[in-house]
Design a protein around this ligand. Structure first.
Ligand SMILES: *Cc1c(COP(=O)(O)O)cnc(C)c1O
Length: 402
């Protein structure tokens, strides 16, 4: 079983990078540590020549026009690209936009897109509606497929394989290097929604071509921002992605970018704390008689735990809990309603703890760990572990009340 250093140290090691990356160098006139929020649409130039020259720098994170990004957006892009280990990053309006933009950038009518069956629900709905309507063939592979099984889902026209590891409801940890080698052998790109693994999974070192982040989660960290990021690792892919971002009008507001940068600077220490509390709570829940299974990647009961041990340098603060099959969905609702320190709601990655029922509402083609029993998801915040445990303990007594 993993110890706390395993889940927390990976986050602690990010502190120096998070404190220094992207910041302007101090100059003789004195330099504010943080960029100001530049609100604006029009950027003016002293001559037509200089305007035209600047217009050519659209791949270099230049300030050209408000819809092409502000200085604070470009600083955020540099920090995210560094954190992900890629060359360039495009900040977009939401985490969902970070999923949909590269699908639009790298797929055409007649192509096949193969998605992991545990993909973020709204990404799946985008694939089922917009992508299908635009003539892209869609199918889903079992997230825990081995190479042989995966090969049976790949078609001659497969151009994108889209993974999410671990899935944000089922926590299946996928073998990303295997998916990458299969994708590349067939001339396809591997996309990964790396929101859970931000900072503790190096996507490009494991063969990913396009890494996706909902900055809304850990980086912003205070439940006050909606933003996303797409990172790539070569200039060819960057030009395709950047062109599509400009053509679709993708941008994030300067205020959102500023708040995300502010959140990022403290992310390492927040997540080190939240990750170790989360492991405490997960281990405690795993011992409870009401609980069938805890889906936390750092515990052996999680599908893909061995892959997590091999590929990740830490664990996040979001995990799943499956109750014993003797309980009903209504029993679980009574338990959830009785919690006092856990807000009931979507999203995660903030400083506060949250709970969300996860059984029932999920579309899947292949069996997963939530198939039979009532299940819920916990996001662990910065509260004291013992307080959260006490709250869960009192709420669990409501499970079996008539
Ligand atoms: C939340 C989330 C998203 C979407 O982010 P938003 O900013 O809420 O649109 C995408 N992928 C995963 C895994 C998420 O958890």
């Amino acid at each position: 079983m993993s110890d706390y250093n395993t889940v927390a140290n990976g986050w602690r090691k990010l502190g120096t990078t998070l404190s220094h990356s992207g910041r302007p160098a101090a100059d003789e006139d004195g330099t504010y540590i943080n960029l100001p929020v530049t609100r604006g649409s029009t950027v003016v130039f002293p001559s037509v020549e200089s305007m035209n020259r600047k217009g050519l720098e659209r791949y270099q994170h230049a300030s050209i026009y408000g819809a092409m990004g502000s200085p604070v957006q470009h600083e955020l892009e540099k920090v995210i690209a560094t954190m992900e280990g890629g060359t360039d990053c495009q900040i977009v309006s939401s985490g969902l936009a970070a999923c949909t933009l590269p699908l639009m950038a790298f797929l055409s009518a007649g192509d096949h897109c193969l998605l992991s069956d545990n993909i973020y629900g709204p990404t799946r709905r985008f694939a089922q509606s917009v992508l299908k309507r635009f003539g892209v063939d869609i199918s889903y592979f079992p997230p825990m497929a081995d190479k042989e099984t995966l090969e049976t889902y790949i078609k001659p026209n497969t151009r994108v394989i889209f993974a999410e590891s671990p899935g944000s409801h089922t926590f299946e940890v996928q073998d990303i290097p295997m998916l990458a080698s299969a994708a590349h052998a067939h001339g396809a790109r591997l996309f990964m929604d790396n929101t859970w693994g931000f900072g503790i999974f190096a996507p490009f070192e494991h063969g990913v071509d396009v890494s996706i982040q909902a900055l809304t989660k850990y980086p912003a960290g205070h439940s006050d921002v909606i933003a996303g990021a797409v990172t790539v690792a070569n200039q060819n892919d960057w030009h395709i992605l950047r062109d599509t971002a400009i053509q679709t009008g993708q941008v994030a507001g300067p205020e959102e970018c500023w708040l995300t940068l502010r959140g990022l600077r403290t992310m390492g220490v927040r997540l080190a704390q939240q990750a170790s509390t989360a492991l405490d709570i997960a281990k405690w829940l795993a011992q409870r008689p009401e609980v069938e299974r805890v889906l936390h990647p750092a515990l052996p009961s999680c599908p893909g735990h061995d892959v997590w041990k091999r590929d990740f340098t830490g664990a996040g603060c979001l995990f799943g809990v499956v109750l014993r099959p003797s309980y009903t969905g209504q029993d679980m609702e009574r338990f959830i309603n009785a919690l006092r320190l856990f807000g009931i709601g979507a999203s995660w990655g903030g400083y506060e703890s949250l709970v969300l029922p996860t059984s029932g509402g999920i579309t899947r083609e292949h069996d997963g760990p939530l198939a039979q029993s009532p299940a819920f998801r916990l996001q662990i915040g910065l509260e004291v572990a013992q307080d959260l445990q006490d709250d869960l303990q009192q709420a669990l007594t409501h499970l079996s009340q008539a």
